[in-house]
Design a protein around this ligand. Structure first.
Ligand SMILES: Nc1ncnc2c1ncn2[C@@H]1O[C@H](COP(=O)(O)OP(=O)(O)O)[C@@H](O)[C@H]1O
Ligand SMILES: [Mg+2]
Length: 157
């Protein structure tokens, strides 16, 4: 026994979406589970569907704007009903993690906002202990299909 915080990482979903519509249907179902304060890290190559999944989840959350790939911005902010704020980070262009110091990431992560993070590899070690990891991968010879795996890291109940 010690004071060290124990976080368990559990596989929550392991599915193959065979079409865009199936990815969108999954997003709708998954969005219903999300709570204020949730942080979601999205992993996958360019074109794997990270932004698309964020768009589909945000549609289900009824945000005021449809997410776009933040090309020149690192952070996009959307508003959903009940004063819910949704932040969408894309760290693709970050080359040095020092660039992130001034963003005050902890302010976003430890709050009642929902945060989506594309290219979380760039901030490895800065994710809060409680978060989702979502892995999107291509399926060979099926350009319209994607494998979606979702893990939740959380304190054991
Ligand atoms: N089953 C699917 N799920 C998600 N995206 C799909 C699927 N099939 C095809 N796509 C296409 O893949 C592309 C994903 O692009 P995007 O979400 O911008 O990727 P990323 O943000 O990971 O770079 C979109 O053009 C989308 O229409
Ligand atoms: Mg993207």
């Amino acid at each position: 026994m010690g004071l060290k915080k124990v976080v368990e990482k559990r596989l929550r979903y392991d599915i193959t979406a065979n079409s865009l519509a199936e990815t969108q249907a999954f997003a709708k179902k998954f969005a219903a589970e999300l709570r204020p304060g949730d942080v979601l890290a999205l992993y996958g190559d360019l074109g794997a569907g990270k932004t698309l999944l964020v768009k589909a989840i945000c549609r289900a959350l009824h945000t005021d704007e449809e997410p776009t790939s933040p090309t020149f911005t690192i952070i996009n902010e959307y508003h959903a009903p009940d004063d819910l704020l949704v932040y969408h980070f894309d760290f693709y262009r970050i080359e040095h993690s020092e660039e992130l110091v001034n963003l005050g990431l902890e302010e976003y992560f430890y709050n009642a906002h929902i945060c989506f993070i594309e290219w979380p590899e760039k901030i490895a070690g800065h994710l809060p202990p409680t978060h989702y990891d979502i892995h999107l991968t291509f399926v060979e010879n099926q350009p319209q299909a994607r494998k979606i795996r979702v893990y939740r890291s959380d304190n054991p109940r």
